[in-house]
Design a protein around this ligand. Structure first.
Ligand code: NAI
Length: 335
């Protein structure tokens, strides 16, 4: 009998969690043999709503789902956590300055970092989804010094999935025929979706596996419209739905954690916001999205990819933004 693992979801009464929780309970993230205990954290004000989510989880009648614990107390939620999806964050309200938003979130992720440090397992895997995700992950890791910084990541998988889907539809191929699209940098409109090293399987047309730029044959589109469509995709969904991406964000969070636990396939990489080790000349100690491979629950940044002058300029822009966010976050944290 496999022992259940403890999985925390914060912002558990919110939109993304509503889609994510089913994936966790049905076994599509940790596998069909892995039972889970769910720890659901939200703020006091949302406890009634959360109770409704708990009722629905019970009504799923799924055998992998063992305990369900709703709480507003981080100490309870993070106790012995094996995996944590940090989804809950303060949303931007009308008239709110970026600095105010950052300040509210820095404090949430400081508290949660401290609780992880005290109560979670030292090998806990933390995925930050709540925005600004990269900087929130950095803050969280900073306040959890007893947990290795490699255990804190930020989500850019939704951006990767969007980029892969757009390239596939542009080429008229099934989405899984496109591989190794990269998201560099911040989960924001400065991110750089890069297909320079991506491949597409065109076996059906007799061309075999070729590079995406070779298949698309339109660098102007790849460096212009494509990049900007991915950078602005989140805003386009908000404009249409009047709410931010939730189903696709939850799917991406599941993809990210599943690959972290189970590893990536040979020859394939995925993008994750991780604490920079200086690879590709990116300043150390910002959480920057890199292509990674994963084995035995440990990721390695893919090394040796050629970076063109165009790509370099894009990497610099997004790294600069992260440096600024970091500086602002530190100012908020000053006593
Ligand atoms: P939502 O507003 O529906 O839910 C957020 C939940 O977080 C609410 O229930 C709220 O009460 C809770 N919350 C607030 N402060 C909390 C705290 N201190 N502890 C625990 N829970 C807390 O928002 P939604 O749509 O679920 O999005 C959540 C976050 O994910 C947002 O910050 C959003 O910008 C971000 N996001 C990130 C994406 C990414 O690709 N990294 C993609 C889409 C959304």
């Amino acid at each position: 009998m496999t022992e259940p693992i403890n999985v925390v979801v914060t912002g558990a009464a919110g939109q993304i969690a509503y889609s994510l929780l089913y994936q966790l309970a049905v076994g599509s993230v940790f596998g069909p043999e892995q039972p889970i205990n769910l720890r659901l954290l939200d703020i006091e004000l949302m406890m009634n709503v959360l109770q409704g989510v708990v009722m629905e989880l019970e009504d799923l009648a799924l055998p992998l789902l063992r305990e369900i614990l709703p709480t507003a107390d981080p100490a309870v939620a993070f106790k012995d956590a094996d995996a944590a999806f940090l989804v809950g964050a303060m949303p931007r309200k009308q008239g709110m300055e970026r600095k105010d938003l950052l300040a509210a979130n820095v404090n949430i992720f400081k508290d949660q970092g401290e609780a992880l440090d005290k109560f979670a397992r030292k090998d806990v895997k933390v995925l930050v989804v709540g925005n600004p995700a990269n900087t929130n992950a950095l803050i969280c890791s900073h306040y959890a010094p007893s947990i290795p910084k490699e255990n804190f990541t930020a989500m850019t998988r939704l951006d990767q999935n969007r980029a892969q889907a757009l390239v596939a539809s542009h080429l008229g191929v099934q989405v899984d025929q496109v591989k190794n699209v990269i998201i560099w940098g911040n989960h924001s409109s400065t991110q750089y979706p890069d297909v320079t090293h991506a491949t597409v399987n065109l076996s059906k047309t007799g061309k075999g596996v070729i590079s995406v730029p070779e298949a698309v044959k339109d660098n102007e589109w790849l460096n212009g419209e494509f990049v900007s469509a991915i950078q602005k995709r989140g805003a386009a969904v908000i404009a249409a739905r009047k709410m931010s991406s939730a189903m696709s964000a939850a799917k991406a969070a599941g993809d990210h954690m599943r690959d972290w636990f189970n590893g990536t396939k040979d020859g394939q990489w995925v993008s994750m916001g991780v604490v920079s080790d200086g690879s590709y000349g990116i300043p150390k100690d910002i959480v920057f999205s890199f292509p990674v491979t994963i084995k035995n629950k440990k990721f390695s940044i893919v090394q040796g990819l050629e970076i063109s002058d165009f790509s370099r300029s894009k990497l610099n822009i997004t790294a600069e933004e992260l440096g600024e966010e970091c500086k602002e976050a530190r100012q908020v944290l000053k006593p």
